[in-house]
Design a protein around this ligand. Sequence first.
Ligand code: HEC
Length: 182
Amino acid sequence: MSSSDKPGVLHVYDGIEEMDNHLPNWWLFLLWTTLVFGFGYWFYYHASGMGAGSLEVYKAEAQEAARKAASGKPTSDETLLALMQDPLVVDQGKTQFIQQCAACHGQKGEGLIGPNLTDRFWLHGGKPMDLHKTVSEGVVVKGMPAWERTLGAERVRSIVAYVLTLKDTNVPGKAPQGEPEQ
Ligand code: HEC
């Protein structure tokens, strides 16, 4: 290693001249912006919980698609099963169930005056459309009110979606009534 007489040159080694120039401003600008951006990104999406991650965005989109697919179509086994997969709809149904149905069917659907909705025995059928018919039209002579008139089609669908999630949860309560579902 040896010094050189040229201005700015610190070392010369095997003919290679080493200088100590300032880093260019454009380079420093890029360095600091990427650092600041990287920290901001990390904070927003990972540390703070404020930004929705791609998985949450995907789930929200899938739910939205399920809701759209179900809402335009006539009510069927398929649309009711699709609604059952939608936590938002099921949650609305649960709220309605607690308000309108729990007095006769219990807080968890375990049955009280009305039958246990958590076992696999059904008086009027356990298929999604069977439940929908029973809830919409009721079994008025047996004390089960008809709900479509009072609650409207949309709420009845969300309640049925919720009741479908109760199936086979087998909450201890009223003894089984009716026929076992195949
Ligand atoms: C006033 C009491 C009462 C209320 C309130 C009530 N039910 Fe019922 N429900 C009954 C009775 C009683 C039966 C049994 C009817 C029969 O014996 O055929 C029944 C039957 C049912 C069945 C059929 C069960 C089977 O085994 O096939 C479903 C499903 C049902 N109710 C859902 C609901 C839902 C959902 C709500 C709320 C929107 C609700 N019920 C509110 C009294 C009630």
